[in-house]
Design a protein around this ligand. Structure first.
Ligand code: DNO
Length: 358
């Protein structure tokens, strides 16, 4: 596995690349151009400037997270072909700059959702948390206001302002959307872009829906084994792959994450993994934790072992750490706890590797 760290780009992240470079075993950053609205082409010069900055810091820039998909593509609406053409141009620009994997999602309206961005834990840290009763019965516009207030001034990935301005309008547009239509729109998108990805050597890696169940009456399709199988079958190509996010899928206790890893990494259809832990209190109520198995509900040893046993050689990053040691930063994306997460995941990998060799 190639260990990476998410970095939001100059002016969007308060963590210096020089600090990321000092995390043991790191190979590169996973990054994005935060300022480009979904649907627009990523300009080559901006991609190359970011690449130079990252490489000058001694890090690779091979995974992009995310290139967001315009709502018209998910809706199958109006200008979708134009937005798909733009997406294809961005894919070509990124490939030319040396990118290998593009992480994206196909969640209607929202990306990930939480009820709390800074829930205090007994150890004095804070974490992001989800309580269905406090999300699903709340006006989504209220939720957006809470997010803006609690995010400490940092823009949150997936909660871009241009998307949120259109919230009420978008809810209307999705009124008649169902699972079948959403799958069909995903298929339309993939059929258009995957041949280009194959040509230029890019693997698209879809991120699961977080949390992995429908909310606010919006369908969600990347939530469990059947959906993952179905989307991989839409276009049977290594360029149509997964971002296997253990915490997103794992917040539904019915999802057996080590089994998912064995299956999908065994099929060589996992291009990228987000490995993190969560603690499930009961169905629909969970909070994030340190990466350590005993702090949460996921067996991190079993997960890493499944990646190891299936010969996984893709990209990995830790995800959504706690905020610890007084760090001020973007919720879930501080330096310290994610660096601890990396060290732990690398430790598991080394132990499994050495024990397997005897
Ligand atoms: C949350 C992230 C997601 C992810 C997107 C990919 O912290 O894992 O926002 O980047 O869903 O498009």
């Amino acid at each position: 596995m190639k260990m990476t760290f998410r970095w939001f780009g100059e002016g969007h992240d308060n963590i210096p690349l020089a600090h990321i470079r000092q995390i043991p075993g790191i190979s590169g950053v996973v990054t994005t151009l935060m300022d480009i609205p979904a649907g627009e082409v990523w300009p080559e010069d901006q991609i190359l400037a970011m690449k130079k900055q990252v490489e000058d810091a001694g890090l690779a820039i091979e995974v992009i997270e995310s290139v967001n998909v315009h709502e018209d593509i998910k809706l199958g609406a109006g200008r979708r072909d134009e937005y798909i053409e733009n997406y294809i141009t961005t894919i070509r620009h990124l490939a030319k700059a040396g990118a290998k994997v593009i992480c994206y999602n196909f969640m209607p309206v929202f990306d990930w959702i939480r009820s709390d961005l800074a829930l205090p834990l007994p150890d004095g840290s804070t974490v992001m948390a989800y309580d269905a009763a406090r999300v699903e019965h709340v006006d989504p516009l209220k939720l957006v206001e809470n997010f803006a207030r609690e995010s400490g001034g940092f823009s949150l990935p997936g909660w871009e302002s241009e998307r949120l301005k259109e919230l009420s309008f978008l809810f209307g547009e999705y009124r008649n959307m169902d699972t079948e239509k959403l799958f069909s729109n995903l298929g339309y998108f993939l059929h258009a872009i995957i041949p280009v990805c194959e040509e230029v050597g890019i693997r698209m890696a879809i991120h699961p829906d977080d949390p992995p169940w429908p909310i606010y009456g919006l369908p969600r399709i990347v939530i469990g084994e059947a959906g993952l199988e179905r989307l991989l079958a839409l276009v049977d190509s290594p360029s149509n792959s997964l971002t296997l996010c253990t915490g997103s899928l794992g917040s539904n206790p019915d999802n057996d994450i080590p089994a998912f890893v064995r299956k999908f990494s065994g099929m060589k259809r996992v291009a990228f993994a987000h490995i993190r832990n969560i603690k499930i209190e009961k169905k629909g109520v969970f909070h994030e934790t340190s990466h350590l198995s005993s702090d949460g509900s996921l067996d991190m040893f079993a997960i890493v072992k499944a990646f190891y046993d299936t010969g996984f050689d893709g990209y990995v990053r830790p995800d959504h750490g706690r905020m610890i040691w007084g760090e001020i930063g973007r919720p879930g994306y501080g330096l310290y706890d994610r660096a601890l997460g990396i060290t732990y995941l690398n430790g598991l990998w080394e132990a499994i590797d050495k024990m397997s060799r005897g």
